[in-house]
Design a protein around this ligand. Structure first.
Ligand code: BEZ
Length: 253
C-alpha cells in the first residue's frame, strides 16, 4: 500500500478491517500466471498476502512498499520485502514481471511510477495489476467531498487517490512503451467486514488530517449518516461501491 502523505498503515488493523482487499486480488495472480524461476516484483506488496501466493508458484519474488509496518509484516512471513516509495523504484537487476494489487491508486504521480516499472522490467517483461478505476467509491467520495467543502477544505487537494479510466491508463502505458494486452474496469460492490467508519479510518485518513479529533468524529458521523440509506442494508451490513481497473501489458522489447 502506498500513500503520498498523511497515511498511517497498521498491518494488524488492515488485516482485520481490509483483509478482503488481498483476498479479492487472487484473480490478478492468476492473470499474472507466475512461473517457477521467474523474478517478480510485487509493487505495493502490503502485508505480503499475495506476495506469498506468488512465491508459492516457485517464482523469486521481491515485495516493495512505502509503509514500514507493511514491510515488517511481509518480512515476518519470511519474504524479501523492501521499504521503497513506488514513485522511486530502483533495483539492481531487472524483473520478468511486475505485479501490483490495490496499490497504484495510492500513487498520485502515475508517470513517475511507470518510469520506475519500465526501468525495473526486462524487455518483453509483463506488467499485470489491479487497482481502483474511474468511479471507484463514488458515493463515499461524494459524501466526503460534501463534508469537507462545508468546512472550507478542498477535498481534491487532500485526496490521496488516483482512479483512472481504462482508456486514460492504457494511453499512459502506451506512452511508456507498453503494449496493452487487456485492460477493463468493472464494478465490485464489496461487503465490509465491519462498518463504514472503520473503513474511513483506514482509507480516508488524508481527508481527515486537517481536523481536530472532535471534528473528525463529527465528519465520520455525518458521512456515515449520509451514506446509510445508500450503502447499508436493513440488517446493518455495509457494502462499499468499489470499481476495479484490471490490466496486463508487456514492455516492448
Ligand atoms: C483499496 O485499497 O482497495 C482502496 C483504496 C482507496 C479507496 C478505495 C479502495
Amino acid at each position: 500500500m502506498e500513500a503520498p502523505t498523511k497515511q498511517d498503515w497498521n498491518a494488524e488493523r488492515y488485516q482485520r478491517d481490509a483483509g478482503f482487499v488481498a483476498r479479492l486480488g487472487q484473480g490478478v495472480v492468476e492473470l499474472l500466471a507466475p512461473r517457477p524461476g521467474e523474478r517478480i516484483l510485487d509493487l505495493g506488496c502490503g502485508d505480503g498476502t499475495l506476495t506469498e501466493v506468488i512465491a508459492a508458484s516457485g517464482a523469486e519474488v521481491i515485495g516493495s512498499d512505502s509503509a514500514p509496518d507493511m514491510v515488517a509484516a511481509s518480512q515476518g512471513r519470511g519474504l524479501d520485502a523492501r521499504l521503497m516509495d513506488g514513485h522511486e523504484l530502483a533495483f539492481d537487476a531487472p524483473f520478468d514481471a511486475v505485479f501490483t494489487n490495490a496499490a497504484l491508486h495510492w500513487m498520485t504521480q502515475p508517470d513517475r511510477v511507470l518510469d520506475g516499472v519500465t526501468r525495473a522490467l526486462k524487455p518483453g517483461g509483463r506488467f499485470v495489476g489491479e487497482f481502483g478505476g474511474h468511479g471507484n467509491v463514488a458515493a463515499i467520495r461524494t459524501a466526503l467531498h460534501e463534508a469537507l467543502s462545508r468546512r472550507q477544505q478542498d477535498p481534491l487537494a487532500l485526496s490521496p487517490w488516483y482512479f483512472p479510466s481504462p482508456d486514460a491508463y492504457a494511453r499512459r502505458l502506451e506512452n511508456h512503451g507498453f503494449r496493452v494486452e487487456e485492460i477493463y474496469s468493472f464494478p465490485r460492490p464489496t461487503p465490509l467486514p465491519s462498518h463504514l467508519p472503520a473503513w474511513l479510518e483506514i482509507f480516508a485518513q488524508a481527508f481527515l488530517a486537517p481536523f481536530s479529533e472532535n471534528e473528525r468524529s463529527e465528519i465520520l458521523e455525518e458521512v456515515t449518516d449520509r451514506l446509510r440509506p445508500i450503502l447499508c442494508d436493513e440488517e446493518g451490513k455495509w457494502t462499499a461501491d468499489y470499481v476495479r481497473l484490471r490490466f496486463a501489458a508487456k514492455r516492448e522489447g
